[in-house]
Design a binder for this molecule. Structure first.
Ligand code: MD3
Ligand code: FE
Length: 226
């Protein structure tokens, strides 16, 4: 297609992306966005890849340094996986339960996370870790910051699947008031930059049944950890 020489070339960077209208993007912070339904067109590729990761590294409940068993069950894929036990939180190259490296990150995982990051103006996102959280009714995640990653420069991308959840989006101190945001099947949240260290959490999951995922919510969280 012809265009004049003064047309900004950056427009072409977006030419290969599925069209997303601004009404599907909600800005919740200076550098934080909810992309409503962004994962839906990817599910036929995403869900089989998720199943094969979970066959190699099944969900398990982990213990916090304080000795509490998390209500959320976890798994990971990619070069690094997040784990917790009595001695602390950390990223490891091996699954402590099997002793094997974490399953590789499926191409569809990386491609979707990168496409979502681009929508939120984070170019060149190279995740090396995908934490997989499983919530059953009653499971919750209390307010915390994500600060176990080596660099805080990269954004985080989170994909919600299955039952809806209420997400708490807070400030920079635990006591700051937080916004409550419903996250539905297929929604993606991207945050980084000045919002990277905001407190956040998930309220106890309500009972329900999701036609595709059943009685659970699964959240995929992509990070550059190493
Ligand atoms: C953080 N997971 O694994 S991700 C975690 O839904 C975690 O499983 C939650 O927190 C989950 O560490 C939430 C979504 C999210 C969205 C926006 C944020 C986390 C955020 C904005 C600032 C900081
Ligand atoms: Fe978190």
């Amino acid at each position: 297609m012809m265009r004049s020489n003064d047309t900004p070339i950056t427009l072409d960077l977006f030419a290969d992306q599925a069209p997303t209208t601004s009404s599907q993007i909600e800005q919740i912070g200076q550098q934080s966005f909810v992309l409503r339904g962004f994962a839906l067109p990817w599910l036929e590729r995403l869900l089989p890849a998720l199943e094969s990761v979970l066959q190699a590294a099944p969900f398990r409940q982990m213990v916090t340094p304080g000795g509490f068993t998390m209500s959320v069950a976890l798994s990971s894929c990619g070069a690094l996986g997040w784990t917790t036990d009595r001695s602390g939180y950390r990223y490891t190259a091996h699954d402590p339960q099997t002793g094997h490296p974490w399953p590789g990150m499926p191409a569809v995982f990386r491609e979707l996370a990168q496409a979502a990051a681009r929508q939120a103006q984070f170019e060149h996102f190279e995740p090396d870790s995908c934490l997989i959280n499983r919530y059953v009714p009653g499971a919750r995640m209390s307010l915390h910051q994500d600060k176990d990653e080596r660099s805080l420069a990269a954004p985080i991308v989170s994909i919600s699947l299955g039952l809806p959840a209420v997400f708490q989006f807070g400030g920079f101190e635990r006591s700051d008031k937080s916004l409550r945001i419903a996250l539905l099947h297929g929604d993606i949240v991207v945050w980084g930059g000045v919002d990277r260290l905001r407190y956040h959490g998930v309220l106890p999951l309500k009972e329900g049944h999701h036609r595709r995922l059943g009685t659970q919510r699964i959240n995929l969280t992509f990070r550059t950890a190493g």
